[in-house]
Design a protein around this ligand. Structure first.
Ligand code: NAG
Ligand code: NAG
Length: 317
């Protein structure tokens, strides 16, 4: 990737030089046309298309949760012929939660459009949004099977807990991508996506925080414990130090080491954590290994970054 970056900045320098030195107009026009068609530096393309994987996941989960159908009805062209998600369905939500999740859903449709307007991207990957998959993740987080199995679609609190699994991972990915981007358009797009993803995460956490000390029926575990265990699972799957925190933390991890409430996650300076694409793949595959697809992406993610890991592992692509 570093090589591509170098080539592309050389090309840009060459274009400026050719314009300055007033080479024959046909010659420089060829080059500047090519440049105009692709205003995003080549080295940014992979980093900008990668988050499509997560945006597809969020769009489908929220659309189905609020409406009972997904992109195939709402914006079929955005799916580009990619397979319909497995097991997604309408969630049993109260009025206000349904209203908020519907807003999130359409926001994700917008995000898909914004990314695809900027980079070519890829069709919707195969997604698994079945209740049994979420149950498996929650069992893994608790280190034992819950009985009955966790059902994300059963009620508002369960759906919010399941949602706690998703935008936060996307947001750490945008924080991680930002310093690697070269172009102004790429940086503007990622900052804009990050702003709204963190807003979604904040709303989800805020709604859950109000119930932090209540049991998630019919289990004997409170909401905060679910969030702490999911965050610990993500930390362990990502193979990194702490980049994820639940709603109640040891006081040392709270803002300025002064509070145990943790409605927003952040580092010792309350600055958002970052994740690499590889860390994200390990988490959303549920395998702890970016080369071993599974979890929400039974056939793996798409785009150069995700494919590069699948390719090296088993030569699927
Ligand atoms: C990735 O996208 C290409 C088209 O760009 C498609 O042919 C391929 O099947 C996709 N792979 C996955 C895993 O979805
Ligand atoms: C990840 O999976 C690949 C393919 O199965 C394997 O070769 C590699 O050793 C695994 N990496 C780790 C860190 O376990």
């Amino acid at each position: 990737m570093a090589k591509t970056c170098l080539l592309s900045s050389t090309a840009i320098v060459f274009i400026s030089l050719s314009v300055i030195s007033l080479l024959p107009s046909a010659f420089s026009a060829d080059f500047s046309d090519g440049y105009k068609k692709s205003p995003v530096p080549k080295c940014d393309l992979d980093l900008l298309e990668f988050p499509l994987n997560l945006e597809y996941l969020e769009a489908e989960f929220f659309l189905y949760g609020a409406l009972g159908h997904g992109l195939d009805k709402v914006a079929p062209y955005l799916a580009e012929g990619g397979p319909s998600p497995i097991g997604a369905k309408k969630a049993n939500l109260d009025t206000i939660t349904n209203d908020i999740i519907l807003q999130f859903a359409y926001q994700e449709v917008g995000h898909l459009k914004a990314i695809k307007k900027t980079v070519k991207g890829f069709p919707r990957p195969q997604l698994d949004l079945s209740a049994s998959l979420f149950a498996k993740v929650i069992d893994k987080a608790f280190g034992k099977p819950l009985n009955p199995p966790f059902d994300p679609y059963a009620n508002s609190i369960n759906f919010l807990i399941a949602s706690y699994l998703i935008p936060y991972v996307g947001l750490t990915g945008y924080v991680g991508a930002n310093p690697k981007l070269q172009g102004a358009i790429s940086k503007r797009l990622v900052a804009g996506l990050l702003g709204v993803e963190s807003g979604q995460d904040a709303v989800i956490r805020g709604l859950l925080y109000e119930h932090a000390a209540e049991n998630v029926s019919p289990y004997q575990f409170v909401v905060a414990e679910f969030t702490n265990r999911i965050s610990n699972l993500r930390n362990s799957l990502g193979h990194t130090d702490r980049k994820d925190e639940g709603l109640i933390v040891p006081i040392d991890f709270g803002a300025e080491g002064k509070v145990v409430g943790n409605v927003l996650a952040g580092d010792q300076f309350s600055v958002a954590f970052d994740r690499t694409p590889e860390e994200i793949l390990r988490i959303v595959y549920g395998s702890g290994n970016e080369s071993v697809p599974g979890g929400f992406f039974p056939k793996g993610g798409n785009g150069s970054i995700a494919k590069s890991h699948l390719h090296s592992a088993n030569g699927y692509y």
